[in-house]
Every structure is written in structure tokens, then in C-alpha cells.
Design a protein around this ligand. Structure first.
Ligand code: NAG
Ligand code: NAG
Length: 394
């Protein structure tokens, strides 16, 4: 499972902001539901519902115990979902309590889907994997499976008349926000066995899978769709530790140029592909969310944002600059040189961008969510906070 975890990179979560309502209709600031598709950056418990169970110190900062998120606390989707949905105000994070009913689709006990569902699972890819969870740690719940789950849920919504309050009314499907944050594992999971140049060749098919999924969501009634781009994996402590690179490949911020430029290449293609989709789906809002810009800024200038460490993980093992040991992932233990070593959390996760070498801390997620809500990282541009009179994230 250790391998599962570190492969499970993933991009930030989902539920964001409002979209420019299409065709001159009124701008929509609140959504009755959020349906999210993605990987560990937006997984709020799906993976660990299917493959229990997550270990401490995950969840330590906010939940006080493992809460199914690959972080010490809340994800971007938790912050943004709270601000852009019509979830009950008491329901602070999207935590699948009986109040929020915003649950991982795979969670079978105590779940309800009146306010949407989260299909994201840790270690998911956009493309169908050629390998198994038990071989390379890739989730079986790749994007097409998540889409099928959405279609199945939709069929239930259309035929089961609310199912005793567990499901939304059919019109909610049309007015909901759909968010997609996936693709990073398609890039990173092959980097052990293939060169970055080879991996790059597969990225256009990843982009095209995401765009065709947008089209399919549209076909089943979605009209507000946000797609997140990929964060700069060349700044992640895990990849700085694991992936081959030369000192010439380091940029002035301690990140790897080659891997980051592959990400940029992917992001440009995604942006262009979504522009094309947009011309076809004129009565829908298809928004490209530049999570990359915000995350890169945090890695480059952590101190400017109230943090201390960029490319050093909070939870890990080793005295190295990155505090990441691929054999000893956050929360695990192992006998090394005759002694039991444990990958523990730092005492001050609020000072770190990186929680476990791959995933962001709650502190970073909060900053990312705030920035994304400003709307200036969305294309088409959209100033969510002004239009929706949003309160700052507390
Ligand atoms: C899996 O293998 C098929 C056939 O070789 C290939 O077309 C596809 O791109 C591969 N998928 C991934 C995710 O590597
Ligand atoms: C995305 O593409 C649009 C044009 O379709 C462009 O104006 C915008 O700057 C691009 N965004 C990024 C982050 O590259």
C-alpha cells in the first residue's frame, strides 16, 4: 500500500466556483450539487472506502484522525465546495456527515447524494491503466469508470424519485457543478520505467480523454464544468528524490525543469483542447482552472504566503533536504539497519506546502482554494468572489 500512496499524486480537487452562465443567462453563484471526478488531490474518502484503511497521521490537522484525504486536513474541494454550493451552512467541510451528504460514491455506509457525489479516488488515471493496484499501485477507478458511476447514479436519480431523500431531484443534475481534476498519475506513474520524453508522447491522449469526458458529461446534461490543470510535479519532494535529473536540470527555485516543462506542455494542450470543446458546447460553461500557476508560486515563494518550506515534505523520513524516502512513506514504519524507522509528521504542517512529498498540506490547499476563487486563474476569467459576494475562507 505504500507504493499505492506515493503514486497517488493527483491534482487539486474540485469544486470551485461559479461559472459564467452561458448564453446570456444570469450568472450563477451557487450550485445545488457538485459532482467531482479525479485522483488523490480531490479524493475525500473514495479510495479508502474501497481499500481500507488509511493510517495516521493523515487528517491530523483538521479532522484529528484519518479522514480519507491524502493530506493533514482539508482539500481544495473542501474549501471551494463550501463556498460555491448550497450545502447547509453548518456543513463546513465536505465531509460526508449526515449534514452535508456530499459523499464519496464508493462509501456504502451513511452516505447520501443529494448534494452531489465524489467519484475521485487516489491513484486514478484518465486513461485505462494496463496494470493493477496490487502491481503498481494504480487505482482501478480510472476516469471512464468514474463517468460510468455518474451515469449509473443519474439513472437512479431519474427513476427512483429521491430514494427517501438520498438522491437529488432530476433538475439538480442540470444545475450542478461538475469538476474534473485528473491526469497527473498518467504522467507520473510511468516515470519509473519510461523516460520523460516517452511519457510526453502519451499526454495528448490523456488530454483527449479528459475533453471527451467533458463532452460526455454535457451529453448527460451537465452545463457547468470546470477542469483543473496539472500542478508542477517537478517541485514535488517525492519526485525530486526519486526521479533521475542532473544539476543542470534544476531551476532557480529547486525544481526540475524537464518534468515541469512536460507539465506545461500538457497544460497548454489541455487549455487548447478545452477551447475547442467550448466552441462545440456553446450553451455550457467549460472552464480551465490554472491550479498550476498558484501551486508553482507557492513552491517558489512559500514565505511570501506565510509558509516556510517549499520542496521539503512535512511527513516523511530521512534527513535529506526533501524529507522523503520512497521506502518509507508518510505514516509507515520499517526496520532499517536493525532499527524500526517511522515516517512521522513534522510538528508544524502549517509551514509546509508539501504534506507527504506528493500531496499538499491543508495550509497550501487553503491558499490555493482562495486564489482559485478569485477567478483570475480561470479561463474564461471569472471573478467568483466579487460576483458571489463570497466571504474569505476562514
Ligand atoms: C495500454 O496498452 C494499450 C495497448 O498496448 C495502449 O494502447 C494504451 O495506451 C496503454 N494504456 C496506458 C495507460 O499506458
Ligand atoms: C488558455 O487559453 C486561452 C485562449 O484560449 C488564453 O487566453 C489563456 O491565456 C490560456 N491560459 C493559460 C494559463 O495558458
Amino acid at each position: 500500500m505504500r507504493r499505492v500512496m506515493w503514486l497517488a499524486t493527483a491534482a487539486a480537487a474540485a469544486a470551485l466556483c461559479c461559472l459564467v452562465a452561458a448564453a446570456g443567462a444570469a450568472r450563477q453563484c451557487k450550485f445545488p450539487a457538485v459532482f467531482n471526478f479525479g485522483d488523490s488531490n480531490s479524493d475525500t474518502g473514495g479510495f479508502w472506502a474501497a481499500f481500507p484503511a488509511q493510517q495516521p497521521p493523515f487528517g491530523m490537522t483538521y479532522f484529528g484522525l484519518p479522514a480519507g484525504r491524502a493530506s493533514d486536513g482539508r482539500l481544495v474541494v473542501d474549501f471551494l465546495g463550501k463556498h460555491v454550493t448550497l450545502l447547509p451552512l453548518l456543513a463546513a467541510p465536505l465531509d460526508c456527515s449526515y449534514l452535508t451528504k456530499w459523499c464519496p460514491y464508493l462509501q456504502s455506509v451513511g452516505s447520501g447524494y443529494r448534494h452531489g457525489a465524489n467519484f475521485a479516488t487516489l491513484a486514478s488515471t484518465a486513461l485505462q491503466p494496463n496494470t493493477s493496484l496490487f502491481v503498481t499501485g494504480i487505482s482501478p477507478f480510472f476516469l471512464a469508470v468514474q463517468l460510468n458511476q455518474m451515469k449509473e447514479l443519474r439513472n437512479k436519480v431519474l427513476t427512483s424519485n429521491g430514494n427517501n431523500g438520498q438522491l437529488p431531484a432530476p433538475d439538480v443534475l442540470h444545475n450542478a457543478l461538475y469538476t474534473i481534476d485528473i491526469g497527473q498519475n498518467d504522467l507520473t506513474s510511468n516515470l519509473g520505467s519510461q523516460s520523460i520524453e516517452t511519457v510526453k508522447q502519451s499526454l495528448p491522449s490523456v488530454v483527449s480523454k479528459i475533453s471527451s469526458t467533458v463532452q460526455e458529461l454535457y451529453n448527460i446534461g451537465a452545463r457547468n464544468i470546470m477542469v483543473f490543470n496539472m500542478a508542477p510535479i517537478g517541485c514535488y519532494p517525492a519526485f525530486l528524490t526519486k526521479l533521475p535529473h542532473t544539476s543542470n536540470d534544476m531551476d532557480g527555485y529547486g525544481c526540475m525543469k524537464t518534468y515541469n516543462s512536460a507539465v506545461t506542455y500538457y497544460n497548454e494542450q489541455l487549455n487548447a483542447s478545452l477551447a475547442e470543446v467550448r466552441t462545440k458546447l456553446q450553451d455550457a460553461s467549460v472552464v480551465y482552472v490554472d491550479k498550476h500557476a498558484v501551486t508553482l508560486e507557492l513552491f517558489r515563494h512559500p514565505k511570501a504566503h506565510g509558509l516556510k518550506y517549499g520542496t521539503k515534505a512535512c511527513c516523511g523520513h530521512g534527513d535529506g533536504a526533501y524529507n522523503f524516502n520512497p521506502d518509507l512513506y508518510c505514516g509507515s514504519s520499517k526496520v532499517l539497519n536493525g532499527q524500526t524507522a517511522i515516517a512521522r509528521a513534522c510538528a508544524d504542517p502549517q509551514n509546509y506546502v508539501s504534506w507527504d512529498g506528493i500531496h499538499a498540506t491543508e495550509a497550501a490547499n487553503k491558499i490555493i482554494a482562495s486564489s482559485l476563487m478569485s477567478g483570475s486563474y480561470s479561463y474564461p476569467p471569472f471573478d467568483l468572489s466579487k460576483l458571489c459576494h463570497l466571504q474569505p475562507i476562514a
